[in-house]
Design a protein around this ligand. Structure first.
Ligand code: GA4
Length: 357
């Protein structure tokens, strides 16, 4: 019998991008009764594109709402107070500058350790606020994301038929896993001229979130966060109702193009990172994505990056190596990969440096 799981696809066709791309949706609400079918869908979406919209995920809305309120309050603070939580090197408060090699975007952000053992690092980052309260809110959110990431990674392990289906999730729940939380604030791009002369990231727009027309006016798109793939294992993104995220997907003719991902505050967008591509010998794809700011309202997004510990060795699982798909990447540690990625520009296809050829 056909599985009772909804396998839908959303055509995403506005924002000046092409209209042929299709974004997969996986509904996890039937997990208890249709686990095998959901696992196959998750694996199919990650193998085809490395990206899907996850609905029915069961993450309670309260921790997310509390985190959104706390971070909105943070970003609304005076620039000097926010700078006290920075600079992001790499963790802390950052404004426009991304990484260490000259990348810039039209955003400000907080980058936080998601490992409870690293709370001490986080305290300095957020001492501009009420640190214990903010940390409790962050921890509660991280706990919810960690559970979802584990569930999805277990489904992937099952969908791929791994000998140890929990292999991926165990890497990310290790006591010293290097998981991260990133909170991005992209200001409204209507006040473009004002922003050009505002070097202090005094993005006041967050506190007045309603544009007069209530919608997303298209103004000339500015790069919010440039094209890149995520280096980790899996990323879980949640954002408000403001568009901006674009993913690089093949269209109906197999030609790759940028596809606008329609905003959906109740969904969690899942993307495969470089390490998962390496662990699966390229069967799962680390998707390239970017944020183009076109809306007249600020976009707020929160991304949880599920990562292994620094010393973890990343090497393709034997089940993914076949005669027709021989080992593609040499083995490396996450620490080695991080050193490499921080020495490169954001858009670099860094996994290729580990190709065996
Ligand atoms: C992209 C994904 C995450 O946001 C991030 C980013 C990191 C940073 O902002 O410090 C990097 C970028 C990201 C990949 C290449 C390097 C490192 C900026 C950069 C130029 C936190 C991550 O882990 O890698």
């Amino acid at each position: 019998a056909a599985p009772a799981v909804a396998a839908t696809a959303t055509a995403a066709s506005h924002g000046g991008c092409g209209g042929g791309g299709v974004i997969a949706t996986v509904d996890m609400s039937s997990l208890a009764t249709e686990r095998g079918a959901v696992a196959r869908q998750v694996a199919r979406a990650c193998a085809a594109h490395g990206f899907f919209r996850c609905v029915g995920h069961g993450v309670p809305p309260a921790p997310a709402a509390r985190l959104d309120a706390a971070t909105a309050a943070f970003f609304a603070m005076a620039p000097g107070d926010k700078q006290r939580a920075g600079p992001a090197s790499p963790l802390g408060y950052g404004c426009r500058s991304i990484g260490f090699n000259g990348d810039v975007g039209e955003l400000e952000y907080l980058l936080l350790h998601a490992n409870p053992a690293a709370v001490a690092h986080r305290a300095r980052t957020i001492d501009a606020m009420d640190p214990s309260r903010f940390s409790a809110i962050v921890n509660e959110y991280i706990e919810a994301m960690k559970q979802l990431a584990c569930e999805i990674l277990d489904l992937l392990g099952e969908g791929l038929g791994l000998k140890d289906p929990r292999y991926f999730s165990k890497l990310t729940t290790n006591a010293d896993s290097d998981c991260l939380l990133r909170i991005n604030h992209y200001p409204s791009s209507c006040n473009v001229h004002k922003l050009d002369h505002d070097d202090q990231c005094n993005f006041k727009s967050l506190v007045s979130t309603k544009a007069s027309n209530g919608g997303n006016l298209m103004a000339g798109g500015r790069i919010g966060f440039g094209e890149h793939s995520d280096p980790q294992i899996l990323s879980l993104l949640r954002a408000n109702d403001v568009d901006g995220l674009q993913v690089f997907l093949p269209d109906h003719d197999g030609k790759e193009m940028w596809v606008q991902v329609p905003s959906d505050p109740s969904a969690i967008f899942v993307n495969v990172g470089d390490l998962l591509q390496a662990l699966t010998n390229g069967r799962l794809i680390s998707i390239r994505h970017r944020v183009i700011a076109t809306a007249c309202r600020p976009r707020l997004s929160t991304i949880y990056f599920a990562s292994p510990p620094m010393h973890a060795r990343i090497s393709a699982l034997p089940e993914t190596i076949t005669a027709s798909n021989p080992r593609r990447y040499r083995s490396f540690t996450w620490a080695e990969y991080k050193t490499t990625m921080y020495s490169l520009r954001l858009s670099h296809s860094r996994l290729e440096l580990f190709n065996i050829d």
